[in-house]
Design a protein around this ligand. Structure first.
Ligand SMILES: CCCCCCc1ccc(S(N)(=O)=O)cc1
Ligand SMILES: [Zn+2]
Length: 259
């Protein structure tokens, strides 16, 4: 049985292509974004995020990151406008981060890495479900938010306080009344067509990377690095460096909502 994918030397990003050949495809993510190379698109409407905290269901450690899952059986938590057409429903959000503060984000900006990157994952309601949408070229829209070291982020604290219950892989716990809009910085975004950044690496994502980072404090950052890739009873291995490096642009255009 092939190794399950991960971020270690024997199953990390440069090994994924053997089980997921699309890893070498034409629209892979993440990418290094050169703001000077992005073209201002005056037709881009401001992103419209509408989230209902009561849709928040649970928080779980999936062994690659942790994710907060939302009820997606109605249009009460949606993403509209920006580079997408139609209505996309929020399914989950999760993060990628580094072992230390000089790395961790998946997208980079002119080569600059941030210590964390938040992904808010949405699916196109023209398809019957997330699973169906995940294989369509316009099926998913992920909003990427960079996190930098700075003041403590009060809304993130609620997520961190749940970590004690999900330290090991496979653990999950009830998690309610969280509004991810509190994690949103300004509305300057850089948009391009890409893929999931973990296996199955499906080329179905409209990426909307927000230019302005939000802040987290060093103490808050340290809490993320206490989560475990490993399950209970296994030798503990902390979740760090769960990011895929930038992939070739292969001629893709990056659009900017700002000059
Ligand atoms: C058919 C099942 C597909 C599950 C896809 C799960 C997934 C969601 C988002 C991302 S990310 N890091 O690109 O936001 C990666 C993976
Ligand atoms: Zn992600």
């Amino acid at each position: 049985m092939a190794h399950a994918w991960g971020y270690a030397a024997n199953n990390g990003p440069d090994k994924w292509v053997s089980n997921f050949p699309v890893a070498d495809g034409p629209r892979q993510s993440p990418i290094d974004i050169l703001p000077g190379g992005a073209s201002y698109d005056s037709g881009l409407k401001p992103l419209r995020l509408k989230y209902d905290p009561s849709n928040c269901l649970e928080i779980l450690n999936n062994g690659h990151s942790f994710q907060v899952t939302f009820a997606d059986d109605s249009d009460s938590s949606t993403l509209k406008e920006g580079p997408i057409s139609g209505v996309y429903r929020l399914k989950q959000f999760h993060f990628h981060w580094g072992a230390c503060d000089d790395k961790g984000s998946e997208h980079t900006v002119a080569g600059t890495k941030f210590p964390f990157e938040l992904h808010l994952v949405h699916w196109n309601t023209k398809y019957p479900s997330f699973g169906e949408a995940a294989s369509k070229p316009d099926g998913l829209a992920v909003v990427g938010v960079f996190l930098k070291i700075g003041d403590a982020n009060p809304s993130l604290q609620k997520v961190l306080d749940a970590f004690n219950n999900i330290r090991a892989k496979g653990k999950q716990t009830f998690f309610a009344d969280f509004d991810p809009k509190t994690l949103r910085p300004g509305c300057l975004d850089l948009d391009y067509d890409g893929s999931l950044t973990t296996p199955p690496l499906l080329e179905s994502v409209s990426w909307i990377v927000l230019k302005e980072p939000i802040s987290v404090s060093p103490t808050q950052m340290t809490r993320f690095r206490g989560l475990l890739f490993t399950g209970e009873g296994e030798a503990p291995c902390c979740i760090v460096d769960n990011y895929r490096p930038p992939q070739p642009l292969k001629g893709r255009q990056v659009r900017a909502s700002f000059k």
